[in-house]
Write a protein that binds this ligand. Structure first.
Ligand SMILES: CCCCCCC/C=C/C(=O)SCCNC(=O)CCNC(=O)[C@H](O)C(C)(C)COP(=O)(O)OP(=O)(O)OC[C@H]1O[C@@H](n2cnc3c(N)ncnc32)[C@H](O)[C@@H]1OP(=O)(O)O
Length: 517
């Protein structure tokens, strides 16, 4: 049975880009789909549950089913957030108006939640204000086109430099850059100026929520709300539970995601959480491919032909290369915390690629600086063009380090990048950071431009065949023992050994992990 879920051909073409057959089918089954779709969520849920019950569903059915069911499972933490009432958020505040903060403010305003937006100095505030106003104007134009009055649909945004203006906020989202000391300083201020029952959220892409919470008076009100670039567009909200986070705080953050029109996924607290934890080995592989002879456009093309909205290098340029750079500096992998005498291409005895760090040191942070892995038409431009500077830089780098060149086919590019990502997904399941493979798939489908018609990375691995994924990883790891992220995960081996059960049974194979959920 072919079921496709987009309501218009225009949406479907975007959603299923790269997939030939489904688009043709959408027209054919449109009537059948539209009906349950329009009857609302409960009907959809029933329909997909019945499909699910019949066995392994088609990828896009699965992707949709997972999206609608995310977080519905009992979390083995002694309590269920979805049995607790969320608190209303009448007023919110956002700290930091960089790439992420701007998008978050816009999302809140779009969802009719008045926002106080705070920056650290007058110049940054002015730049941020201009950017937010630009995004809001765009939203207003869209509303006008729909015949709606923007004044009644976009909530107000008040810009300030003064923390005292945050005193009435029900919920604050800190979105400053990735630096633990800076985040702690802000949370110390928040805990003294905000209402005692205000929820304090951090939009970190991977820092320890418990450490941030430790400087507050009420760690049970602290939670990670991880948005994805562009934050006003991407549908994912990773909600990161800390050790002390209360069920009410989780329920409120999950509900806020819903109010913002996002898909919220609850995850555990570990370095880089779920999405970026899987992204890290994927990006490492993409960088190794550059060392060995590829150019950013070759790697991006292979992954975009696979169906990704953006290949890894265009995506890094969009999000800003400084996010990863700061995170690596925090972890002592880049910058002046690296011990003297450390080989350029090695960290802690493992292979390391410093190319992204070198780009950042050259001021190439991506779209926002007009240059990154590509060059752009202007600061903040979006049209990525291959840059002769990058080509020259890569050639010099390869010569300096005398790196053996290895021609990579698109198939090899896909295997290296995707299997590394999937392997980390199995580790995440072993560690109890995500409640099931479906949650990982929802994260990728909604936060990273993964082609939904392929179901998500874990579903994709099941369609490739776990034994094949295992064999390729095994072969690669034997050839590259200094890349431990390619060592097949125990859970992958176990699932391959027990005959590759369908995804819905994977959770039972994890056993009884020390779940962080
Ligand atoms: C340990 C490792 C640490 C690493 C740290 C890395 C940290 C990473 C953080 C992240 O956030 S990762 C980034 C995740 N994001 C993605 O992967 C995005 C993938 N791209 C997409 O999904 C799509 O390309 C898109 C951005 C949604 C654009 O969609 P589409 O191609 O269909 O284009 P349009 O329909 O024209 O645009 C829709 C909407 O998006 C706006 N937009 C488009 N391009 C950009 C851009 N380059 N920058 C900002 N915004 C963009 C565009 O204006 C449209 O907006 P509206 O008109 O609807 O307002």
């Amino acid at each position: 049975m072919d079921i496709f879920l987009e309501t218009t051909m225009e949406k479907a073409k975007k959603q299923y880009r790269g997939a030939q057959a489904p688009i043709a089918c959408i027209e054919a089954v449109k009537g059948a789909v539209q009906k349950p779709y329009q009857q609302g969520i409960e009907k959809e849920r029933q329909l997909f549950q019945s499909l699910w019950a019949t066995g392994q569903p088609q990828a896009q059915q699965y992707a949709f089913f997972s999206e609608r069911n995310v977080g519905k499972w009992t979390h083995p933490s002694g309590g269920r957030w979805d049995t607790v009432a969320p608190k209303p958020v009448h007023t919110a505040a956002v700290i930091g108006l960089g790439t992420m903060g701007r998008g978050i403010v816009t999302s809140l305003a779009k969802a009719h939640i008045p926002v106080v937006a705070l920056e650290q100095d007058a110049q940054q505030l002015e730049i941020g204000k201009k950017a937010v106003n630009g995004l809001l104007e765009r939203e207003a134009e869209k509303l006008i086109k729909q015949g709606l009055a923007p004044g009644s649909t976009l909530a107000s945004v008040r810009f300030t430099l003064d923390f005292a203006d945050l005193r009435d906020a029900d919920l604050v989202i800190e979105a400053v850059y990735e630096n633990m000391e800076l985040k702690k300083e802000i949370f110390r201020k928040l805990t003294s100026v905000c209402k005692p029952d205000a929820f304090l959220c951090t939009n970190t892409s991977g820092l320890n929520i418990d450490e941030i919470a430790s400087v507050t008076k009420n760690p049970h009100l602290v939670i990670g709300t991880h948005f994805f670039s562009p934050a006003n567009i991407m549908k994912l909200l990773e909600v990161v539970r800390g050790h002390h986070t209360s069920l009410t705080t989780i329920a409120t953050a999950m509900n806020l995601g819903k109010t913002l029109g996002k898909v919220s996924v609850l995850v555990g607290n570990c370095p880089s959480f779920v999405g970026n934890r899987l992204l890290s080995p994927y990006l490492d592989q993409a960088s190794y491919l550059l060392e060995e002879g590829c150019y950013p456009e070759d790697v991006d093309k292979a992954l975009e032909d696979f169906g990704f909205a953006m290949g890894p290098f265009r995506m890094m340029d969009l999000a800003g290369l400084d996010i990863g750079w700061r995170s690596r500096m925090e972890r002592g992998l880049a910058g002046n915390k690296v011990p003297l005498g450390t080989p350029a291409r090695q960290r802690e005895g493992k292979r390391y690629c410093p190319l992204a760090d070198l780009l950042c040191e050259n001021g190439r942070l991506g779209q926002k600086t007009g240059k990154g892995w590509y060059q752009y038409e202007k600061l903040g431009g979006r049209i990525a063009q291959p840059d002769p500077w990058v080509k020259d830089f890569l050639q010099k780098y390869r010569n300096t380090h005398q790196i053996k060149q290895r021609p990579a086919t698109p198939e090899m590019i896909l295997e290296c990048c995707l299997y590394a990502l999937v392997n980390e997904g199995f580790h995440v399941l072993e560690d109890g950071i995500a409640s099931g493979p479906e949650d990982i798939d929802v994260i990728y489908n909604n936060g990273y431009g993964w082609p939904k018609y392929r179901g998500g990375p874990m579903y994709y691995a099941s369609t490739v065949g776990l034994t094949k994924v295992l064999d390729v990883l095994d072969k690669y790891y034997k050839e590259n023992p200094d890349v431990p992220s390619m060592k097949p995960a125990f859970l992958l081996k176990k699932l391959a050994m027990v005959g590759e059960p369908p995804l819905k049974e994977w959770r039972t194979q994890v056993g009884n992990p020390d779940s962080k959920l």
